[in-house]
Design a protein around this ligand. Sequence first.
Ligand code: 28G
Length: 691
Amino acid sequence: MAEKSYNADDLKILEGLEAVRLRPGMYIGSTGIKGLHHILWEIVDNSIDEAANGYADNITVKLWRDGSASVEDNGRGMPTDVNSKVKMSGVEIIFTKLHAGGKFDSANYAFSGGLHGVGASVTNALSEWLSVEVYRDTVFKMRFKSSYDSERKKWLCGVPVAPLENTGERTDKKGTFVRFMPDKEVFETVEWNYDTVAKRLKELAYLNKGVNITLIDERELYAFEEGEDDDGNPVTVKVEKPARLPVTFKYEGGITDFVTHMCEDNSPLYSNPVYYSATKEVQIKGAPAGNIKVEFSFCHTKDDNESMFSFVNNISTVEGGYHETGFYNGLLKVINEYARSNGFLKAKDPAFIADDIREGLTAVLTVKMNNVQFEGQTKTKLGNPEVKTPVEQAVLEGLQPLMADKANKPLFDKIAQKAKFAADDRIKHRAERDVAKAASDNDGLNLVGKLAACSGKNPDLNELFIVEGDSAGGTAKQARVRQYQSILPLRGKPLNVQKKTALQAIQNEEIKTLISAIGAGFNRSFDIEKIKYKKVIILSDADQDGMHIRCILLTFFFKYMRELVNAGCVYIGMPPLYKVYKKDKVEYAYDDVELNEKIKKVGKGYQLQRYKGLGEMSADQLWETTMDPMTRNLIQVTIENAAEAADVIDMLMGDKVEGRKEFLNQNANFNKVDGFIEKVHIERRKNAEVD
Ligand code: 28G
């Protein structure tokens, strides 16, 4: 029994936005870098809705010098008239009432996993200030502020400074402008990540054809570089970098452009991607009957790489779900039909299976619907089973007429031929694949002389360090705690599996070694129950080469051991870039901003060492900076990180992304939660005694 009985007076009734400030995680997922960007997406989503409904075709996002962000669209402008029931302007309702104006309204939306669409009021609640301008013949303005009321001991958040004002100033513009300052008291970091914003805006431009989306970054940019002082001694100097130029994303072809772009460097099998869109009915359990908008585009490439990008309400569904199942079912049905009636499959031939038609398939699938249920490790899997059939129907209804049209015969012949090759290959190589699987399951024959295995047998405690280079590998072997830490040095770069088949991958020595070391098979035979390490830690240098190796490894894990990533077992060890020291004061810095802080901390007369690579560190330094669970900086890899590494960023952005800062910001203190640190330290002391 409870010690005290509660009555209604004890219940704190949270009014409006206060609830958001009290439990931000419930509304935006986290207060880390992801949550920060979430409050920008809330505003951007509103502009996108306006564009998706055909009222806007221009969206500008700006990152200001003061740290604020703004979004402007040329839509109808938020409603400025006063709602007679609540006596508030539409603008005020949108920014102060939870859920107001939300397109995908559902009573418990914020809790059902789907986080988008909870509305602009959440952004307001989590901002120091927010200002809005509406352009409807004249300029309307309103401002909101958050502050702490020390008398009543509570946060007042997103409070109107004054009612919506019609300034009377005439304007030819139409639309809405919203600028806000994320609250430093709420977020762990308030620094916008340019690449994150650019990538998302680019994605939204693909998903909303014809909409102009511009990104302007006006923030101060600088970097630290090595230079020389007057006496020729090496020093680290701060250099201004040229401001970023504004970029505009616009794709007249929408997701078809996306597919074309993805296929470009992989030799497409035919020149124009297939495209179809349809609106179907869907009856989600417990909800009124509604519509689902299905849109897809696909192309086949000559290799056998598969890339599927699926979205639900513009949110990427990395883990797939029922929309993908419906899509594959539909595609399999029509290709089987076509192959039968056009002689690609003889009477005696078994039908294609899904794998056959997925070889070389690059596809974008988007659905838009209400009452979305997101599931999976990262809530990026569509969990509504009712979606499967309408998507499958859309595929059938879209492709059957295309197949019946003689003009498309060359295209569908190529697709059927490709599936036939895949099926033949599958049947012919089954034996070969079994051998490959056996190789991956072997008892570490591949590992002799490579892996320095730990002596402990408990996977929960064991860690595998994949180390770039023999020299760093040697140092890591000296530094490690033998009981729990295994070292696998990589000689040179492992095979980039992105454009390789599973069979090609398994023939690569480094990959084979890696699979054997982890001990749980790979690809479809991967069995997470068999892993020998709960932590697989990638240790690579902080330079371009190291970044590349890390990307290759993440791509491998993403493609062939996805479960390992999903289970949160893959980590990146972040070696520091600098050591700042004076006598026995030692500080490590992981990036240039931190370097500044650490220099201040150590004070005048400090010395600076810049690490060029892991190989330069002594065993003690390597232990302290990257292997000791107490002091090291490990980043848990999320499925999104891994997906990004799988070349998506390269292809989408066309330039390299330095994930470093973002990774650092996402760093959680997960390695300090259990008794593991103590255990490792006890073992290390024992080792030292033996040595
Ligand atoms: C610039 C940053 C973010 C927006 C509009 C336009 C209307 C609107 C927004 O209405 C209530 C809810 C859904 C209809 C709608 C204007 C109808 C007529 C609008 C934005 C009523 C909110 N005239 N533009 N909200 N809706 N842009 N950009 O927030 O059902 S929000």
